[in-house]
Write a protein that binds this ligand. Structure first.
Ligand code: GLN
Length: 476
């Protein structure tokens, strides 16, 4: 079967009878089987997906199908799907089965999407390489000796290797965009509060966003149109109307726009030379088209990352306190009393990175250091937000690389986790301020590894962000 780049092509072939929903599911199941070595799926819901496909094929015959009939979706293992396992790729949730579905999942299912399985990720979405999963590494399909990125690494590989049409991931500090860039696919992190977080396993609640990974902007726009918007189960979701993203995907190239890039992100010696060249080519293209692209200063760049890691670890230490061996999943068998049970469950159940972050977060929240770290980081967060908003008073978008390098080899960061934290430098700004950002493919490096371009927009400007991205993909 063809590797469909757009869902609209799938729908055309479904309509003409060239394919059926069942044959689509079979196609992806056989791809999943033949690419098993990539370690993408932790569970595959084969029988269920096939049975559902037959029902949807009936609906297509009667013309009663939903808008996502024929859409095959994978869920990162942090998104609840009723009566299906959920583990956040952690031992601590061994045996846990979700009792309800995330709002997003409900909305996808209501339009006849088929969920094909649960995707591996970094434990509790903490990591940038997918090496922190309790279920082993996920391999990049472009080069199996390299990481797929993280934490939604498997979700990106699933799209790269055509194991499903859309993956639903989460992005707390780049986890949708960075793996999308390492795998040469498209990944969108919407504005914080655009999508419901109900049913998303929490990492750092004031940063967490569900995001969408796909082969085309068009597909992502459709998913966004269906899942975005108000939700009674999540009071942080904006009640702003959801635009018809799919109907407004045409970028008007005659209207000249202003684009900024933060000087230090591109004119930076640590940036891999091919990434610099690829981004400079895009900038040159945009200038040729008559748009303005200018360098701007952002003196706070160096404090974005510490702010992110102070605040997210603080929130994580609080969010993850619920995993105590009583309510969910795993409980240590080696405990003789209650206190030991808590301690041993958490020591045995969580992996190294998660424990590091819980400890760091507990430290920054401790009475003697709260003001020095947590309160201060909150203030700096506000400053970063204000300075970023100032840029958007003058410019429509901010361009940057997604990461300083293309996908590294496995083990590159094992000696020094700080190096891994540094790799998030360009992606966390959007989460610290809550604005939407996307990663789109932007060529390959000398070893044929995909390069990603990040585009960030002002709050709730997903519509413009997507149409501009679609234009860039198709024209440059
Ligand atoms: N690498 C970042 C972290 O480990 C991003 C995680 C994410 O976006 N979920 O925190």
């Amino acid at each position: 079967m063809t590797n469909y780049i757009t869902f609209s092509a799938i729908q055309n072939d479904l309509k003409s009878g060239k394919i059926t929903c069942k044959s689509l599911v079979e196609h992806h199941l056989s791809r999943i089987e033949s690419k098993k070595n990539l370690n993408v799926f932790l569970s595959v819901y084969a029988d269920e997906a096939l049975a559902k496909a037959e029902k949807i094929d009936e609906k297509i015959k009667n013309n009663t199908q939903g808008r996502l009939a024929g859409m095959i979706i994978g869920l990162k293992d942090v998104i609840c799907y009723e009566n299906h396992p959920l583990q956040a790729s952690s031992r601590i949730l061994d045996g846990f089965v979700s009792q309800f579905s995330a709002t997003i999942v409900e909305r996808l299912l209501a339009e006849d999407a088929i969920i094909i399985g649960r995707q591996n990720c970094d434990e509790f979405a903490m990591g940038s390489t997918n090496e922190n999963s309790a279920f082993g590494n996920v391999l990049n399909d472009a080069d199996n000796s390299r990481v797929p990125g993280g934490s939604s690494g498997a979700s990106a590989v699933a799209i790269q290797a055509d194991l499903c049409q859309i993956s639903i991931g989460s992005d707390t500090g780049g986890s949708v965009r960075q793996p999308a860039s390492f795998c040469g696919v498209v990944g969108l992190k919407p504005t914080y509060s655009r999508l419901s977080r109900y049913g998303l396993a929490a990492y750092a609640s004031s940063f967490d966003c569900i995001g969408v990974i796909g082969k085309s902007v068009e597909d992502i726009a459709l998913i966004m149109e269906i899942v975005a918007g108000k939700d009674d189960f999540d009071s942080t979701v904006s009640s702003k109307d959801v635009p018809k993203y799919t109907q407004n995907l045409t970028f008007d190239n005659n209207k000249k726009i202003k684009i900024a890039y933060i000087k230090e992100t591109i004119e930076n010696d640590a940036l891999q030379p091919e990434i610099k060249t690829a981004i400079n080519q895009k900038i040159a293209f945009l200038r040729e088209q008559g748009h303005t692209v200018e360098a701007v200063d952002f003196p706070l760049l160096s404090v974005i990352l510490p702010t992110y890691y102070i605040l997210t670890t603080a929130e994580a230490s609080s969010n993850l306190s619920r995993y105590d061996g009583v309510k969910y999943g795993f409980r240590s068998k080696n405990a003789e009393n209650l206190e030991q049970m808590y301690k041993k469950t958490r020591s045995e159940g969580f992996g190294k990175t998660v424990k590091e972050r819980i400890m760091l977060g507990t430290f920054v929240l401790s009475a003697s250091y709260y003001d020095a770290y947590y309160t201060k980081a909150q203030k700096v967060r506000r400053l970063i937000q204000e300075k970023t908003e100032e840029i958007f008073k003058e410019y429509n978008f901010i361009l940057s690389p997604n990461a300083p390098t293309t996908a590294p080899k496995f083990g590159s960061f094992s000696e020094d986790p700080i190096q891994m934290y540094l790799a998030d430098i360009f992606s966390v700004q959007a989460n610290v301020v809550g604005m939407p950002a996307i990663s789109i493919p932007c060529g390959k490096d000398n070893e044929n590894m995909p390069i990603g371009l990040q585009i960030m927009a002002d709050f709730f400007e997903e519509e413009k962000l997507m149409s501009f991205s679609d234009y860039l993909i198709k024209n440059s």
